[in-house]
Design a protein around this ligand. Sequence first.
Ligand SMILES: [Zn+2]
Length: 203
Amino acid sequence: MGKGRAQFLFVGNHPCLDFVNTQMIVKGEPIDTLESFDDLVSWLIQANLMTTSHVNITRAGLSQKEATSLLEQAKNLRATMRDLAERIAARNPISDTSLQIINQFLSQRPCYPQLVRLKGRFEQRFHSVASPAQNILALIAESASNLLCQTDYTLIKKCGNPACILYYYDTTKNHTRNWCSMQLCGNRMKVAAHYWRNRSRRA
Ligand SMILES: [Zn+2]
């Protein structure tokens, strides 16, 4: 998917899972929707983790080599995040290595609080001294940190289709969501279940 054409899937209900879901299997073929640095920034904008003006600042100071390296690092981080999602969904413990990797990326974004004068009051805001490039990776790592600290693990699920590798945070009222999406897997699995039920009945 080239510049400006990237269409990403946002079925995860959480930016961390949506980032993991940039890798998928379609008709048995593994697909990586992050083919370029431009795809990565498109994803960050579509996920509401960055604004267009942020992205322009980030792009401006980057050489092609740095952009390629950033994409590479983001993909390594994604592999750690996929491992996290897999383990949580399977009710397995999180490895210390994963925590170390995420902490490493988080540490690349040193922030300090600053007082801002507003109408009749003051507010404390965090100011980052990291480079825009470091900010990108830290933002993605932060989504993993939020997943670990702020969600109910029992609602982090893998799609019920064994051939699908997508994850989601089940926010349905009765927590009965079974599929990444009805169009992608739900209908297909229902048709398959119907076929097997009828087949065994005939047998
Ligand atoms: Zn699925």
